[in-house]
Design a protein around this ligand. Structure first.
Ligand code: ADP
Ligand code: MG
Ligand code: ZN
Length: 624
């Protein structure tokens, strides 16, 4: 069940700008005061007349309301300038004339001038003030200098030359993305037929397998603009800026449609928001993610914007991102097997002068666990070796040297897999596969793989649901547990020991067994009681803290006992199946060690040679 989470979509509460305005106002008052004080004294009208009588006024400007002038001798304050408020004195002009004073009338500045004179600096100051406020509080509505328009980091490329022919060894991913190309070429037609194109596709796979390359290739094939941004660029210092960036990004992509919007390394924003309360500093990420979810929800796929994202850590993504209408389609881009590596080498060696003697197949066989990026690097290194010895072409020896060098580097990064280990993984995976063939529950076995450094770290048996099965009976659940424990059972049979490789299997099997007991009432001693842990209204779900249903110590003991019994039952089931199909498991494992992957069809034909009379699990072959 998917947990419900709330996202706050409203902008952060904006701080009241009033205190700031007051500061500006006071500042202006003070300035005005200081200016007046420093350059002129204010005289009363009578004082002014006295000075005038004594001929000590040098010059005078007359405005409608003021008299501004200069005296011959300084005032007691030391200033020679003065201002006087003009009285309604009709004789003034005559008096001034009598004193032979040079005087001039100044037109009163029109009102609009005054307004302008005051408002321009005020406005500027206000904007600067707001800007710094926004930086401080991160108002997503944008700062003065367009801080939210992340032009520097958002890449928009129009004519991408990358095509699918540049990507090799990931045929299935390419196949799935090819459909998207036709969608982008004609988004409207796509929706006319009633089909709803997926909004978002998540490319999942270890680093260097060509996820970024694939995304670009989709744009290149469909000849549409490619907008790309790295997930980490959303993560901002100031709360709210990331969210503004997301909004901006979607706005731009709408303007460019049809186009591809690619968010690389989406895990930087899409992380499960664990520990939010503990550290308190995750508001920014929450908002950014919330905005992303909101934008995706508000998106109409017929607009012709395809959102692609890539991650090599799908397990840390917030489940909300993977829900329907968001990144509901996932494409696995795993490290290539031997055949795939050969193809990748072919693509990259086009760029170098290859000796005709070089057998790329052999090089592919020598490089298990190499990613596409490693292989591209390998070709480059080989060419460098050739250059260094001043050869005319790149030979196999150059490749061998380059392999040695790269493996040395890889060994530091992540340990390469020992042949003995590879054998164990092969048997482990064949254990899952065999249990799935004989006990399968509505999941089609798609592929068995032991590619080192692949997505599952160790081997990975991809099972796809053949149909949406929400209801499973007790027997089916038990068989599912057996399939999960098949790997471990296989290790027990063929190695007489178990390894740590089955940790994840055990976790999943235990979870399943536990729900049988506490949620589905499938255990007799416990009976029809729901004892499921539920989300507590008081504890944040992001912390993974769940409230225990109240039950007694005895019940707790009973649950543990029942879970254990179910797991043992499942294990025995798997053990029995594997034991009676030993030859098949061994043959499959042998083939796996050679090829690193086994397709469903290969597995089936192998099954037919060893067990011609036993049909594989009905559910497995149903619904092709
Ligand atoms: P990722 O995004 O999955 O980490 P990239 O797409 O950035 O990997 O790959 C880095 C480089 O490695 C690419 O530019 C390309 O030269 C090479 N490469 C990776 N995978 C492949 C592949 N499947 N086919 C051809 N080249 C590849
Ligand atoms: Mg990448
Ligand atoms: Zn396993």
């Amino acid at each position: 069940m998917v947990k419900r989470k709330k996202y706050s979509l409203s902008p952060p509460p904006s701080r009241n700008p009033l205190p700031f305005l007051v500061v500006v106002f006071v500042f202006f008052l003070a300035l005005n005061f200081w200016l007046n004080r420093s350059f002129s004294d204010t005289l009363s009208y009578s004082d002014f007349l006295t000075y005038l009588q004594s001929e000590s006024v040098k010059s005078l400007k007359v405005t409608k309301t003021m008299l501004v002038g200069e005296l011959n001798a300084p005032l007691p304050s030391g200033k020679t300038h003065f201002t006087t408020v003009r009285m309604d004195d009709p004789q003034l002009v005559q008096v001034l004339k009598n004193h032979k004073l040079s005087f001039q009338a100044e037109p009163e500045a029109p009102l609009w001038m005054n307004v302008l004179f005051w408002s321009v600096p005020l406005f500027l100051l206000f904007r600067i003030g707001m800007f710094s406020f926004k930086r401080g509080m991160g108002d997503p509505r944008g700062g003065l200098l367009g801080l939210t328009r992340s032009k520097a980091k958002l890449y928009v490329e129009k004519d991408i030359s990358t095509t699918f022919s540049d990507v090799a060894g990931v045929d299935e991913a390419k196949e799935e993305l090819r459909e998207m190309v036709s969608f982008l070429e004609n988004p409207r037609q796509y929706s006319q037929l009633g089909g709803r194109a997926p909004k978002g596709i998540l490319l999942v796979g270890p680093p260097g397998t060509g996820k970024t390359l694939l995304a670009r290739a989709v744009a290149g094939e469909a000849k549409v603009p490619f907008l790309s941004i790295n997930g980490s660029e959303f993560v901002e210092m100031f709360v709210g800026l990331g969210a503004a960036r997301v909004r901006d990004l979607f706005q731009q992509s709408r303007e460019l449609a049809p186009c591809i919007l690619f968010i690389d390394e989406i895990d930087a924003i899409g992380k499960i928001r664990a520990g939010a309360i503990v550290s308190g500093g995750h508001e920014e990420k929450e908002q950014t993610l919330g905005q992303l979810l909101a934008e995706m929800d508000g998106f109409d796929s017929s607009q012709g914007v395809l959102i692609l994202a890539a991650t090599n850590r799908p397990e840390i993504l917030d489940p909300a991102l993977l829900r329907a209408g968001r990144f509901d389609r996932q494409v696995l881009v795993d490290n290539a097997d031997q055949v795939g590596r050969h193809q990748i080498l072919k693509v990259h060696s086009k760029k170098i002068k290859l000796d005709p003697e070089v057998k790329l197949e052999r090089i592919a066989a020598l490089t298990p666990g190499f990613s596409g990026a490693d292989l591209a690097n390998l070709v480059n290194e080989a060419a460098l070796f050739a250059t260094r010895r001043q050869g005319t072409s790149v030979t196999e020896t150059d490749f061998e040297k380059a392999i040695e060098r790269i493996i040395a580097g890889l060994e530091q990064k992540s340990k390469l897999i020992h042949p003995e280990e590879k054998k164990r993984i092969a048997f482990h995976e064949m254990g899952h596969a065999t249990a799935s063939i004989t006990l399968g529950v509505g999941e089609r076995l798609h592929k068995v793989s032991i590619i080192p450094r692949g997505i599952g770290a160790l081997g990975y048996t991809i099972r796809r649901p053949t149909e949406d099965r929400y209801l499973m009976d007790q027997d089916q659940m038990l068989r599912k547990i057996a399939v999960l424990l098949g790997g471990r059972a296989s290790e027990r049979i063929f190695f007489d020991s178990v390894s740590t490789g089955a940790e994840d299997d055990l976790v999943k099997a235990t979870e399943l067994a536990r729900s049988m007991v506490t949620r589905f009432g499938m255990s007799e001693p416990i009976g029809l009681v729901s004892l499921e842990d539920r989300e507590s209204p008081f504890l944040p779900s992001t912390l993974g803290l769940r409230e225990r249903m109240p039950f007694s110590q005895e019940t707790a003991y009973l649950i543990d006992h029942e879970v254990k019994t179910l797991l043992e039952k499942g294990f025995r089931m798997a053990f029995k199946e594997l034991n009676s199909h030993r030859e098949f498991v061994e043959a499959g494992a042998k083939k796996l060690i050679e090829q690193e992957t086994l397709e469903e069809s290969e597995l089936m034909s192998l099954w037919k040679t060893y067990q011609p009379h036993i049909e594989p699990s009905k559910l497995l072959i149903s619904k092709r």
